[in-house]
Ligand binder design. Structure first.
Ligand code: SAH
Length: 219
């Protein structure tokens, strides 16, 4: 037994079937991770009954834990095989960091708001993901000492793709980031570093994220 409540486990499997696999997520590693990470440990206590619902939930400080499908889609776009070093920007509740840590070898995560960084640290420890390396600060600068990364996942909307993050990708690495010239409406973009100087950009449609606030984000 791993100490998980059976009811939550059943709701989690149902979420994976209906919201994740049911909407076209096919990456087996992502499906397994979403089926394993206890999302109820990452939502505020008064909202645990909604932990597996198909929408974002408030986590305090005006921020949200992303909709499960969006976390799965971003994880799938990173195309992780298990040996990667990944940077997660916008830790929030810590949920996406936990999903990524279930797949990748190493996860580094940056949160701008100190109260949320503390919340995430507690959530990650309680859920058994204390291997995630966390820092409180401006994620638009990346984590230069830990770079390069095989994957970078940004959970807040940027006005443009930060050059600093592109430069912290390994060759073959992918950066998944919501980008839009208006706050609150973005396109989900995946940037793949093809060589030292070449980056390929793919568009995955409309998304809505809270703003990425920082030196290479919104002011
Ligand atoms: N991945 C989170 C989603 C959190 S919402 C989860 O699974 O719960 C996005 C988060 O990005 C918010 O917590 C917000 O405070 C944070 N954020 C915004 N700008 C940031 C920046 N420049 N650096 C780091 N975090 C930032």
């Amino acid at each position: 037994m791993n100490g998980q409540v059976p009811e939550f486990s059943a709701l989690r499997q149902q979420m994976v079937r209906q919201q994740i696999a049911g909407r076209g997520i096919v990456d087996q590693r992502v499906l397994e991770a979403m089926g394993r990470v206890p999302r109820e440990s990452f939502v505020p206590e008064h909202l645990v009954s909604e932990a597996y619902e198909d929408y974002p939930l408030p986590i305090g400080c005006g921020q949200t834990i992303s909709q499960p499908y969006v976390v799965a889609l971003m994880a799938q776009l990173l195309a992780l095989k298990g040996r990667e070093r990944v940077l997660d920007i916008g830790t929030g509740s810590g949920y996406a960091a936990a999903v990524l840590a279930s797949i990748a070898l190493e996860v580094f995560s940056i949160e701008r708001v100190p109260e949320l960084a503390e919340l995430a640290l507690g959530n990650l420890q309680r859920a058994g993901f204390s291997q995630v390396r966390m820092r409180c600060g401006d994620g638009t600068l990346g984590w230069p000492e830990a770079a390069p990364f095989d994957g970078i996942c940004v959970a807040a909307g940027a006005p443009a793709v930060p050059e600093s993050l592109k430069q912290q990708l390994s060759v073959g690495g992918r950066l998944v980031i919501p980008v839009g010239s208006e706050q609150g409406a973005q396109r989900l973009v995946c940037i793949t570093r093809q060589s030292d100087a070449d980056f390929e950009r793919q568009d995955f449609g409309d998304v809505r994220f809270v703003p990425l606030v920082g030196e290479h984000g919104w002011s």
